[in-house]
Design a protein around this ligand. Structure first.
Ligand code: MTE
Length: 307
């Protein structure tokens, strides 16, 4: 969207790149099965079939999902991302889980996939800009990965850091824009919710680079900016992290980013959306249609503060 691109162009470029700490131990720390933290925090809660699929809404064709992308590390031109992202090396790749955990670890993406296998989740994705799609992701519940690290009682938030590699990500070399690396975060209960997904595939094939290969987070009840791509580090923390879009435009993007047709963005309505490939706009659903699963997370909080 034009307005958002203007905003990106206008915001200050950031300096501090976060470098991944030493990545020596690879799969070693992802040892035998976890102690049961998963059960306490949500992995044991089975998702109903209706939340794993989107009944009555056809998945968006692969050519559209992988041909129209938001990925500012490459470009703010959604149709250029598909081409520019092919410069990215996605193997080898490691992911570090650390911070407020009893068992920090760094794991190779291939070991991670062997360990957790793969299941399918077809979810709606609603961008804050007003477009949407339905994507058949494959991967595993994020709660399984977090459970392995055994969060301590001080872990209240989960911060995700995307790759910082200007040599391959041309958008990180251009002045102006978001501060790199791209950062997002969730409350721990949101991160552990069984809907929250670590996607490694799309349409049964490895995730295309432009969609966040080799691993991206998918949080289907939140605007798309809360679903960060190309994750290298997951840090559990006590304080609410500063996230990329909130830092760039605090009056326009909130920490929660919950989809809500009744809470307008300061510059446009969020009541309706353009499903890619459809001519007519459709109404946007509260919490993107996942209210039955997640509305209870926000009981007692003013919906207007949850944008
Ligand atoms: N992750 C990173 N690292 N960089 C980004 O620019 N854009 C976000 C999100 N994840 C973004 C990101 C936004 S605004 C949206 S709408 C979705 O990715 C788009 O995902 P898609 O291109 O797979 O549809």
């Amino acid at each position: 969207m034009q307005g958002r691109r203007r905003l990106v162009g206008a915001s200050a470029i950031g300096g501090g790149a976060l470098l991944l700490p030493g990545v020596a131990s690879l799969a070693r720390a992802v040892g035998p099965s976890s102690t049961g933290t998963e059960g306490i925090l949500g992995c044991s809660v089975a998702l109903p079939e209706s939340a794993r699929t989107v009944a009555g809404e056809a998945p968006t064709p692969l050519a559209d999902i992988s041909g129209y992308n938001n990925y500012y590390e490459f470009s703010s031109d959604k149709r250029a991302v598909r081409v520019l992202a092919q410069a990215l090396t996605v193997s080898p790749w490691t992911i570090t889980v650390d911070g407020e955990v009893e068992q920090p670890f760094t794991v190779d993406i291939d070991d991670l996939q062997r360990l957790f296998g793969s299941e399918e989740r077809t979810y709606r994705l609603r961008c804050v800009e007003g477009w949407s799609l339905v994507a058949p992701w494959s991967g595993f519940g994020l709660c399984r990965l977090l459970g392995r690290a055994r969060p301590t009682s001080r872990a209240r938030f989960v911060e995700f850091t995307s790759l910082h590699r200007p040599s391959e990500m041309i958008g990180q070399r251009v002045a102006g824009g978001l501060q790199w690396p791209y950062r997002e975060a969730l409350r721990i209960d949101e991160a552990m919710h069984p809907l929250t997904f670590a996607a490694t595939g799309l349409y049964g094939a490895p995730l295309p680079r432009q969609n966040g290969a080799p691993l991206r987070i998918v949080v289907p009840w939140k605007y798309g900016f809360k679903s960060p791509k190309a994750i290298t580090r997951i840090r559990l923390v006590n304080e609410r992290p500063r996230t990329s879009w909130v830092a760039a435009a605090p009056s326009e993007y909130g920490f929660y980013g919950n989809v809500n047709p009744d809470v307008a963005h300061p510059r446009w309505s969020q009541a309706r959306e353009n499903r890619i490939g459809e001519l007519r706009k459709r109404p946007t659903l509260f919490l993107n249609g996942y209210a039955a699963q997640v509305a209870s997370l926000y009981a007692g909080l003013d919906p207007a503060t949850l944008f």
